[in-house]
Write a protein that binds this ligand. Structure first.
Ligand SMILES: Cc1ncc(COP(=O)(O)O)c(C=O)c1O
Length: 437
């Protein structure tokens, strides 16, 4: 038995089946955009730890920063006292944001789910209002509060209710599969029926005076990398301006350059009141948090929130080093350029590979939907086989939406590396196509 297989076997004996793994491979080492399994086999990593490793694995500057910090101070505990790195990390994050967030204040936690919960607590406590408008197709995390906002798949909630109350969901605009029945539209000529639905919610169900916040992903990540119409976030911003509710963008996945701009909301020309952050900001270590505009942040009373590990010095050191490298290596420009190249190559492949039904995304968030001849999503089992076969041939990808291959590589992936990985993916899809299409 290979070393990788024996680790997987051991894992299955001691890890609860609640924990899902996309591939049954045991990884041992990472370098740049490559992962290596325990037997030394190399893989192109187009998952980047689920859209997390912004500059790939184990960048030497990040490793050095982590080692230096670990030798100096690993943990203090937020409730105990101050560290230079906690404030430096928030300062560096807000420096990537437009005003008034650039002058905002934040809180650091350990994960994206905690970041969302922090944003929700802040919004409820500051506005003293109970209700939050959220969207189907959204994923905000697994803790019970974030889960109550999540609506991309009922499986996440199964047998767990009742969850935190106070959420009203409306459909996320999804022109490729319009719930209002307007087929054939794109975000640029969207029917706009979602506006009526939101307005109807406010007229009939949620009194505007009860609305604490609107919580929204600038691109629905787990929902299938759905890019909404350009007027979506401005419309939500307008509602918040009129009602006094706070606009929270969940940038856990879209954040820190993944879409080719630092934050997903920047593509819409609006500024939210609270930004929830996670994944990439810790440079590969667990770090999440929020940045809020100052008048909101300052109204949250001292002692209302906290975390033992949140803003851990080693995670902050990794995050700060990652931000530096991203700037030095022009990671945002690369994400926009190579991301567009990847998307275009998949579009070009579609004519000879009709199994690929749609291509969506922005920057290094790219989804390719796989559907059969009847236009139906391939089954879960078939998707698993596709991902498994792609991995067996040396590329790691994951799933998004009902049938999307999710390509979310590191932002500094070169065009040449992208092409090599895509060649492998296309070969596998051509091979499987007669079975699936
Ligand atoms: C948009 C979004 N929000 C929140 C989360 C939850 O983050 P975490 O898994 O770090 O709790 C995720 C994770 O995929 C996410 O994509």
């Amino acid at each position: 038995m290979s070393i990788s297989k024996s680790i997987v076997e051991h894992d299955k004996q001691v890890v609860s089946p609640a924990i899902y793994r996309t591939v049954d491979i045991a990884f041992e080492r990472g370098e740049g955009s490559y992962l290596y399994d325990a037997d030394g086999k190399r893989y192109h990593d187009l998952s980047a730890g689920i859209a997390t490793n912004a500059i790939g694995h184990c960048h030497p500057k990040v490793v050095q920063a982590v080692q230096a910090q670990a030798a100096n101070l690993m943990h203090v505990g937020t409730p105990v006292g101050h560290t230079r790195l906690y404030a430096d990390m928030l300062d560096a994050l807000r420096a990537t944001m437009p005003a008034p967030l650039s002058n905002g204040k934040g809180v650091l936690m350990n994960s994206g789910g905690e970041a969302v919960e922090t944003a929700l607590k802040m919004a409820r406590m500051v506005t003293r209002r109970p209700m939050v408008l959220a969207f189907t197709e959204s994923f905000h995390g697994r803790p019970m509060g974030a889960l109550a906002a999540t609506a991309s798949n009922s499986g996440y909630r199964k047998s767990l209710g009742p969850l935190l109350n106070g959420f009203q969901h409306v459909p996320y605009p999804n022109c490729g599969s319009c719930v209002y029945g307007h087929a054939g539209r794109t975000p640029d000529n969207c029917c706009g029926a979602w506006k009526n639905m939101i307005q109807m919610m406010l007229d009939k169900l949620v009194h505007p005076d009860d609305l604490a916040a609107i919580l929204v992903e600038p691109i629905a990540g787990e929902g299938g990398y759905l890019v909404p119409p350009p007027d979506f976030l401005p419309f939500l911003r307008d509602i918040c301006n009129k009602t006094g509710a706070l606009l929270i963008t969940d940038e856990v996945q879209t954040g820190l350059g993944r879409t080719g701009k630092w934050w997903g909301f920047e593509h819409s020309g609006i500024v939210p009141d609270i930004v929830a952050m996670g994944k990439a900001i810790g440079g590969g270590l667990p770090l999440g948090g929020i940045m809020a505009i100052k008048p909101v942040a300052d109204r949250w009373p001292t002692g209302s929130h906290g975390s033992t590990f949140g803003g851990n010095p080693v995670a902050c050191a990794a995050g700060l080093a990652t931000l530096e490298v991203m700037k030095e290596e022009n990671a945002l420009e690369n994400a926009a350029k190579v991301g567009a190249h990847i998307a275009q190559r998949i579009v070009n492949e579609q004519s000879g590979l009709p199994l690929i039904a749609a291509v969506r995304g922005r920057g290094m968030m790219i989804a390719a939907d796989l559907k059969n001849k009847d236009g139906k999503p391939i089954s879960m089992a078939q998707h698993k086989q596709v991902v498994h076969d792609i991995a067996a041939n040396g590329v790691i990808v994951t799933k998004t939406g009902s049938c999307g291959l999710r390509l979310a590589p590191s932002l500094n992936l070169s065009q040449q590396q992208a092409d090599q990985a895509l060649d492998i993916i296309f070969d596998v899809l051509h091979e499987l196509s007669p079975q699936l299409y």
